[in-house]
Design a protein around this ligand. Structure first.
Ligand code: ADP
Ligand code: MG
Length: 415
């Protein structure tokens, strides 16, 4: 192995490609860590995956359509019910621990990562009968990289919700656990989330993507048989960060609301539902060129998700791989040109993946940094990752990190 002084990989390096450890072994590791931490055996181990959005970006706040999938990297929670009401939390990924009387939980008195877990118990309260004690010990062991846009936060919340459902015999539905996880993140931890992450983490099925209609939060699994077709998604975490992300997001939302108001529709989804051609023709009624382009992205993106979904319903991924790839490419180009949420590392990762043989590639997540995905032959992952790493070194970007993703099962009990 060789690398430059800056630690950037050079052509002769084998780029590290992170594949999640085998699930059974990972669950055992969480169990062992629990025993080390608390000195006794847990009642069980539960886990929930991170996610990646395949297509349908920056459409959620206009009631649009998204198509996320659960990835192989999961967060594991080994847990046990204890007498009384003491809640104890530890994580293999953090030094910070929490010990609190569960009756004292409030958004004001829990900070840091434990808020994502304590918040779930807090949000599940309506399902806990008054006489039930809420004491438990939890040990978290997450594989989803923190803060890479693969939603380690939702994986953490959803795994915790699964453990609490079992330990306290709550009788919640998966959708109720999704909502508790969303509430934990927004109302308790004070972070903002649209809900796509938690839906994907709980409701995804192995070998499937999750069609999510943001108008009513209805979902259904869609066949996305990458593994059986020897295809895969290469995720590239560009490690790029933009300093004004929040302001940029707010501006995009405001533009999309202006567009809807100008065209006198409740949301751009309502416009998209008229059919793509008719909806796009209506955009001529928007005088502001920037606002018009923002709306153009949202209308075309909603129709790309519809087309993607239709193709997946009509046959294997392999049969339609060229058109699916073209839709991914068109999504990225629209986010770059119409929506203007890409930055150079995202564009370089995407362009390089395409040149290295990917069927299609796009940024995923909110943009201004974060990750890209590329639809590739499974056995080409190393080569495509290598090409991106070299391109990043040439541009002097921070070294990227690579993950191989296949569509996995949502949250559940491991052992
Ligand atoms: P993302 O969800 O994209 O990874 P977020 O900023 O939404 O990024 O969530 C990351 C946060 O979630 C971390 O800063 C930490 O507070 C919490 N977190 C996620 N996984 C773990 C873990 N295994 N242990 C402790 N905290 C975690
Ligand atoms: Mg998150």
């Amino acid at each position: 192995m060789s690398s430059t002084a800056a630690g950037q990989p050079t052509d002769s390096d084998q780029v590290a490609l992170s594949q999640a450890p085998e699930r059974e072994a990972a669950a055992q590791r969480a169990r062992d860590l629990f025993v080390d931490a608390y000195g006794y055996e847990p009642d069980g181990v539960w886990s929930a995956p991170g996610r990646v959005n395949i297509i349908g970006e920056h459409v959620d706040y206009q009631d649009g359509l998204c198509l996320p999938m659960a990835i192989s990297h999961r967060c594991f929670v080994a847990a046990a019910r204890t007498p009384m009401n003491l809640l104890r939390l530890r994580s293999a990924q953090s030094e910070q621990v929490l010990e609190i009387d569960s009756h004292d939980l409030s958004p004001e008195n829990v900070t840091g990562w434990p808020a994502y877990v304590a918040g779930v118990l807090w949000a599940l309260r309506p399902f806990i009968s008054g006489s039930t004690t809420q004491g438990m010990d939890l040990l978290i062991d997450g594989q989803v990289p923190l803060g890479s846009g693969l939603s380690s936060s939702a994986a953490l919340e959803c795994a915790a919700a699964e453990a609490m459902e079992s330990l306290l015999s709550l009788g919640t539905t998966p959708l109720e656990r999704v909502k508790a996880a969303i509430s934990a993140e927004t109302d308790f931890a004070g972070a903002s989330t649209g809900g796509l992450d938690q839906s994907a983490s709980v409701l995804s099925r192995e070998g499937h993507a999750l069609f999510l209609d943001c108008r009513d939060f209805s979902t259904r699994p869609v066949p996305w048989d990458l593994a059986s077709q020897d295809l895969a998604l290469l995720i590239t975490d560009t490690r790029a960060e933009h300093s004004h992300v929040d302001g940029e997001y707010a501006a995009r939302r405001a533009d999309s609301e202006t567009a809807a108001r100008t065209l006198d529709v409740p949301t751009l989804r309502d416009l998209a539902d008229l059919g793509e051609e008719q909806a796009l023709a209506r955009l001529d009624g928007i005088e502001d060129e920037v606002v018009r382009r923002r709306a153009h992205h949202i209308i075309t993106e909603i129709h790309r998700v519809r087309r993607f979904d239709d193709l997946l319903a009509a046959g294997t991924v392999r049969e339609h791989v060229d058109e699916l790839g073209a839709l991914l490419n068109a999504s990225h180009d629209s986010l770059r040109d119409d929506y203007e949420v890409t930055v150079a590392p995202l564009d370089v990762a995407v362009d390089t993946a395409r040149a290295a043989g990917a069927y299609g590639a796009r940024m995923t997540g909110g943009g201004f940094g974060g990750s890209t995905i590329a639809l590739i032959e499974a056995d080409a992952a190393q080569q495509v990752a290598q090409a991106i790493a070299s391109a990043f070194a040439e541009h002097g970007f921070t070294a990227a990190q690579f993950f191989l993703a296949l569509p996995e099962e949502g949250a559940g009990q491991d052992r």
